[in-house]
Design a protein. Structure first.
Length: 172
């Protein structure tokens, strides 16, 4: 197999977009800017000066919460998946050159929305948009393969033979 070039990557992206994945369909069909008034209400950030890092767009963080709910992800797993999956990254509105909000930022954002008592209203609004298009959100799951160490059996050959012999009492 030869070296892949820029056009190969463009063809791969085009092929993925032809398949109309769920997240692309959501991006195109939901008027995301209609969530801004509620998000701004729940994400008030008073700054004393303009120094420091710029605030992350609350719409990006809300889309991350939507992904978290749709795919049943923890905060840490959400951060990983948005970093790892192109479809997640594009859905949230970030590109390769943007930094992805970390798990702590997402948790603080969710807590701010909860304290402002707008989080339920935001998700009800999201579900209403889905229903208006004849859709229903069903929580999915990304299967996570985890490798765990198996305990080693430390019995020598004699105890093993004794355990397997007929007439060995079985534990109660």
């Amino acid at each position: 197999m030869g070296q892949r070039g820029f056009w190969d990557e463009q063809q791969r992206v085009a092929k993925l977009k032809e398949k109309k994945p769920v997240l692309q369909r959501l991006s195109e069909s939901i008027p995301w800017d209609s969530f801004r008034p509620l998000l701004d209400k729940g994400y008030v950030h008073e700054r004393k000066t303009n120094a420091g890092r710029k605030r992350i767009d609350p719409l990006i963080l809300f889309k991350m919460l939507v992904l978290q709910q749709l795919f049943n992800l923890s905060d840490e797993e959400l951060e990983f998946q948005v970093n790892d999956r192109r479809s997640f990254e594009e859905f949230v509105g970030l590109g390769v050159m943007n930094s992805i909000p970390d798990a702590t930022t997402v948790a603080f954002f969710r807590e701010r929305l909860r304290k402002a008592e707008v989080i339920e209203e935001l998700f009800e609004m999201f579900e209403a948009y889905l229903r208006s298009q004849g859709l229903q959100a069903r929580g999915g799951q990304i299967i996570d393969a985890t490798l765990v160490p198996v305990p080693k059996q430390r019995n020598s050959w004699r105890p093993k033979a004794w355990c397997k012999s007929p007439g060995t009492p079985t534990p109660a």
